[in-house]
Design a binder for this molecule. Structure first.
Ligand code: SAH
Ligand code: SF4
Ligand code: F3S
Length: 460
């Protein structure tokens, strides 16, 4: 292989954790001298970073892989990699299913890509799925955005929700040290990034595996402590974090968010179901009453905060009345955004083995009913933005209209307005909202001189 031919392609499926891992793996490949190829067909190294949260996510990977596996017969020096959660779940059996694969690597091995690839180039077929301590990555990630960045703070998950593969495929919780997180953010600030999203599958668990408990067993390192520790990083104007688990959400955290000006007024707190029996069967560790109390508390401190969540319909045994409790919760709370899914039985999870599974049609029907309500409520929530002036961090051109740019409000609403991306990328601007749709807004930029006295307080 000559140098001019060393090109790589990564396709990423799944959640923000996978996106962050892909950015680090791309950084490693570029450090090794590979150049990005938009098309997999022109790449010598193809990496699929996979997701297995639901069956349809897993199946997608096999159809992508099939095509490239065929290509490998004409181009034997093609290197095919499956990384991420399907790799971890299937391990060796992926090699039996797709013998053309060179490397199968679980998410905990993302930072070891160079080492693993060198073994592949030495002629080996490698499966790396054993649990490991995740080492700090020393190369620079190749980030998709020049404005906003993900920063992992905790890997893995120690919960055991009965429907979920994540603990099986992501392993036990491993927190990065506050110092390593701050150092990465300082570097981002120096490079001109404006917004950081701190990431963890269960971010409220941050720090509980780090040494340093107080005498009464409390942890010195919590997410709240981390927010105070990093909020003054120069250059970073906005901080977000996801995903929060209702079981661990604290008033102290909400107070910190209200107090720290860089922390955006948006909370992503999945509730999964509005019914206590279902929540119990899911092993979520809270009731819908507790969830409602959390939202009430957030709204007491930050009346305008945006709330988003995830929900599952058609969990095994879910009755019509129990499903209606989910509808009721959505009706009562009024989410700004809700990711909904029909329950999908996953290998190696307890609920997949239960004999009270619902029919696919029944689940699809509930999903449609919930989605309808979600869109109605989100449209209602969006109306409050009409006529307001919102702070927008400009990220990219509007892919559908190059005369417009797009960015997000502090509440995470996608916002479009006319402007020149070259001048505005990475800028925090005030935008007067002229049109509010369920999940996005349109507005016009407020010239600087007119802003004074007219700015909506970001949080009250
Ligand atoms: N750690 C987060 C969510 C991680 S997975 C939390 O605890 O809330 C992202 C979302 O996928 C979940 O919130 C859930 O709504 C959905 N999900 C997970 N397993 C699923 C399954 N087996 N079927 C359908 N949806 C699922
Ligand atoms: Fe899955 Fe539950 Fe962990 Fe979230 S908290 S990743 S739903 S096991
Ligand atoms: Fe999917 Fe793995 Fe994320 S299963 S949702 S990519 S943790």
């Amino acid at each position: 292989m000559t140098d001019s031919l060393r090109r790589y392609h990564i396709t990423t499926f799944g959640c923000q954790m996978n996106k962050a891992d892909s950015e680090r793996m791309a950084g490693i490949l570029e450090n090794m001298g590979f150049a990005w190829s938009e098309s997999p067909d022109e790449a010598n190294v193809i990496l699929y970073n996979t997701c297995t949260i639901r069956d349809n996510a897993e199946q997608k990977v096999y159809s992508y892989l099939g095509r490239q596996a065929k290509r490998k017969h004409e181009q034997p020096d093609l290197t095919l990699i499956v990384a991420g959660c399907v790799a971890q779940q299937e391990g060796e059996s992926l090699l039996r299913r797709v013998p053309e694969l060179d490397l199968v690597m679980g998410p905990q091995h993302a930072n070891r890509l160079q080492d693993l690839l060198e073994q592949v180039f030495a002629g080996n077929q490698i499966v790396a799925t054993e649990p490991v301590h995740i080492f700090e990555d020393i190369t620079k990630p190749r980030r998709d955005s020049a404005v906003t960045a993900w920063v992992n703070v905790i890997y893995g998950c120690n919960e055991r929700c009965t429907y979920c593969v994540v603990p099986n495929v992501r392993g036990v919780e491993q927190s990065r040290t506050p110092e390593a997180i701050r150092a990465e953010m300082e570097e981002l600030g120096r490079q001109g990034y404006k917004e950081v999203t701190l990431l963890g599958q269960n971010i409220d668990a941050y720090g509980r595996d780090l040494p340093g408990a107080t005498a009464d067993g409390r942890h010195l390192h919590t997410l709240t402590d981390l927010l105070y520790f990093v909020h003054d990083v120069p250059g970073i104007d906005r901080l977000r974090f996801a995903t929060s688990h209702p079981r661990y959400f604290t008033e102290r955290l909400i107070r910190a968010c209200a107090e720290l000006p860089k922390v955006c007024e948006h909370f992503h707190i999945p509730f999964q179901s509005g019914d206590n029996e279902v929540l119990k069967a899911m092993s979520r560790g809270y009731t819908h009453e507790k969830y409602r109390r959390i939202i009430d508390m957030i709204r007491r401190y930050m009346p305008d905060a945006a709330i988003s969540a995830d929900a599952i319909v058609g969990f095994p045994g879910e009755t019509e009345a129990q499903f209606e409790n989910t509808l009721k919760l959505v009706e009562d709370i009024g989410f700004d955004q809700l990711n909904t899914a029909a329950y999908s039985p996953r290998p190696g999870t307890p609920a997949a083995l239960w004999d009270n599974q619902l029919s696919e049609d029944g689940k699809a029907d509930r999903l449609q009913r919930l989605n309808h309500l979600v869109a109605t409520k989100a449209a209602e929530r969006s109306l409050r933005y009409g006529g307001r002036i919102e702070e927008v961090l400009v990220e990219e051109p509007n892919p559908k209209d190059s005369a417009q740019v797009m960015g997000r409000t502090r509440g995470n609403r996608l916002t479009f307005f006319e402007g020149n991306i070259e001048q505005l990328r990475g800028q925090l601007v005030q935008v007067k909202i002229t049109e509010a749709r369920a999940f996005s807004l349109t507005g016009e930029i407020v010239p600087q001189g007119e802003r004074l006295g007219n700015v909506q307080p970001a949080c009250v």
